[in-house]
Write a protein that binds this ligand. Structure first.
Ligand SMILES: C[S@@+](CC[C@H](N)C(=O)[O-])C[C@H]1O[C@@H](n2cnc3c(N)ncnc32)[C@H](O)[C@@H]1O
Ligand code: SF4
Length: 248
């Protein structure tokens, strides 16, 4: 291990899933300000779209994402309806000559959507924006809620990359974080995605979780390497008890 690199990159920074990053979101930026920024984009702008699906089937106790447990599909369907309006609103304000080169669905768990709603949302996006031929289309996936119908739906929708949450394969750690997920289930998800042509596979890990040890993390990493992912993201656990009731 290079101590210089560790010193340079070991600082705590916000997770860079959006810009500005979440701690900088503020109600000082309103709809009018957003509209003026969109209108000021240059002609031929190359855009990346981030679409958030803030629903999951169950709550993982380490989770720092903006999500809610949905026991029924009705709130998800209602959110999809607002999302379609938001897509139309934003699309109407960007230059007509733009090109979307990256689409990312994050969450929450986008695979909570039904197999019909997955391609329908992708189609709404393509009808509203000029999505470039060969654009990257990435989706965050909780493999515990991924059946073959949904994998086929993601393939039909044109998804090219899947980011699969793992965190840790150790059973003691998994009990402590309320996320039971076997290696076999994860492997089945990865294989199904590859069989359907979604070949770019990211695996998400978290370090700093309860009961993790150097050995348990090494064991998890060895299992993850056996899946031959294209990328691995290792997030430092963000513990936010003041903001999130489930972070005790
Ligand atoms: C927004 S989640 C979506 C993925 C999907 N719902 C899942 O859990 O499999 C993306 C990733 O963020 C990471 N994450 C979530 N909460 C975190 C926290 N408190 N600190 C660090 N990373 C976290 C986890 O690695 C998780 O897989
Ligand atoms: S499934 Fe993903 S987004 Fe949902 S609670 Fe767990 S970590 Fe958070």
């Amino acid at each position: 291990m290079n101590p210089e690199l560790v010193k340079r990159y070991s600082g705590a920074v916000p997770r860079y899933t959006s810009y500005p990053t979440a701690p900088h979101f503020s109600d000082k930026v309103g709809a009018a300000q957003c509209a003026s920024w969109l209108a000021a984009l240059p002609d031929q702008a190359r855009l990346s779209l981030y679409i958030h699906i803030p629903f999951c089937s169950a709550l993982c106790w380490y989770c720092g994402c903006s999500t809610k447990v949905a026991n029924r599909y009705e709130p998800v369907a209602s959110y999809l309806s607002s999302l379609r309006s938001e897509i139309a609103n934003v699309a109407a304000r960007v230059p007509a000559s733009h090109s979307v080169t990256h689409v990312h669905w994050g969450g929450g768990s986008p695979n909570i959507l039904t197999p019909d709603d997955i391609p329908a949302l992708a189609e709404t996006t393509r009808r509203s924006f000029n999505v470039a031929e060969g654009a990257e289309f990435a989706v965050e996936i909780d493999p515990r809620g991924l059946d073959r119908e949904r994998v086929a739906a993601f393939a039909r929708a044109g998804v090219t990359r899947a980011s699969i949450g793992v965190q840790d394969f150790d059973e003691t750690v998994q009990s402590a974080i309320n996320r039971r997920q076997s290696f076999a289930l994860t492997q089945t998800a990865v294989e199904a995605l590859r069989e359907h042509g979604i070949g770019a596979i990211n695996i998400d890990l978290v370090y700093g979780l309860p009961h993790q040890t150097r050995d348990s993390v090494e064991a998890t990493v060895s299992k993850v390497l056996a899946l031959e992912p294209s990328r691995i993201a290792a997030f430092g656990y963000a513990h936010l008890p003041a903001r999130l009731k489930h972070h005790l």
